[in-house]
Ligand binder design. Structure first.
Ligand SMILES: Cc1ncc(COP(=O)(O)O)c(C=O)c1O
Length: 310
């Protein structure tokens, strides 16, 4: 099957994949919170679907539907959770997918396990140099990349999947959490999940985002995503920029040990690049006295480890 073939109108609706929605909300007994008079709930979005886990389901499902059988072209780095989820969705729904991968040099090396999984799921990988990748949202660069791919009428999903449809799709996460917590916390990459969640959450709770990238640009990005999706800033949200551990995909031995210990205590697999940083931040903030006694915190488990950990 080539990506230049015509759209396949029989490609099925993602709803046919039977997502587990609303996702479970699980209370965990953890002394590091209890000793400050806090309750910790885990919003188990990682259990929505075994392959489209966490925010991937919420962000991709509306886009897959809108693709209506067209080839889905999207972007990511060599370990991108988003690329893997898109590739899996393509296999499950009979959609052609192309992944534009950052790093021309990777084209000549054996695929890492994440890209190998994408390829095994039928995703065509298209490697581009880092300058092209950085400029991928400039219209001429994007047009040149799409010409290089040769897909007819492609449906383009941005890096991380955070377009307007995705942001609107994440409102359901906020709606599901309404009435259950005083603080809703989640890790942020592009901020698309936070943008939608904060808009969907009924008035009352505040949303706390933990960026996993360094740079301090995310407040403006989330505001822009909300402007585009809803016309204005929505909900009560803020970011704490102190828990990126050196930047995207940086995992220190301390963070790794923290995540392993969390799994040991609660039996919940902890994804390292996002979810571990969120949970670590919450323990640190609880120790700092950032939450008043009696506060219920809901931490969103936005994904699962890859490769799967016990
Ligand atoms: C597991 C996980 N959690 C959180 C995020 C961050 O989501 P967003 O880019 O919407 O901020 C991602 C990236 O998409 C992710 O893979």
């Amino acid at each position: 099957m080539t990506s230049s073939a015509a759209p396949d109108p029989t490609a099925s609706d993602p709803a046919a994949l039977s997502p587990r929605l609303p996702s479970p909300l699980q209370e965990v007994a953890d002394g590091r919170f209890a000793r400050h008079g806090l309750r910790l709930l885990l919003k188990r979005d990682d259990l929505i679907h075994p392959e489209l886990t966490g925010n991937k389901w919420r962000k991709l499902a509306p886009n897959l539907k809108a693709a209506a059988g067209r080839t889905v072209v999207t972007f990511g780095g060599a370990w991108s959770n988003h690329l893997r989820a898109t590739a899996a969705a393509g296999r499950l729904l009979g959609l052609r997918t192309v992944g534009v991968v950052r790093g021309q040099e990777l084209a000549d090396r054996p695929l890492n396990p994440s890209l190998a999984r994408c390829a095994a799921d039928g995703m065509r990988l298209h490697f581009v140099d880092r300058t092209t990748y950085r400029r991928k949202s400039e219209p001429e660069t994007l047009a040149a990349v799409l010409r290089g791919i040769g897909a007819e009428e492609p449906y383009v999903v941005p890096e991380g999947g955070s377009n307007t449809l995705a942001v609107r799709g994440c409102r359901t996460l906020g709606q599901e959490l309404g009435g259950h917590a005083d603080v809703v916390a989640l890790a942020c990459g592009t901020g698309g999940t936070l943008a939608g969640l904060a808009a969907g959450l009924p008035p009352g709770p505040r949303v706390l985002g933990i960026p996993v990238l360094k740079g301090g640009f995310l407040t403006a990005d989330v505001e822009a995503l909300q402007e585009r999706a809803f016309g204005a800033r929505r909900g009560t949200w803020s970011l704490d920029e102190r828990f990126h551990f050196g930047g995207y995909a940086r995992v220190t031995p301390e963070l790794d040990a923290f995540a392993e210990d969390f799994t040991g205590r609660h039996g919940v697999p902890v994804e390292r690049l996002y979810v571990a940083k969120l949970l670590y931040a919450l323990v640190a903030l609880a120790d700092e006295g950032a939450f008043a006694r009696g506060t219920t915190i809901a931490a969103v488990v936005t994904g699962s480890p890859f490769p799967a950990r016990p």
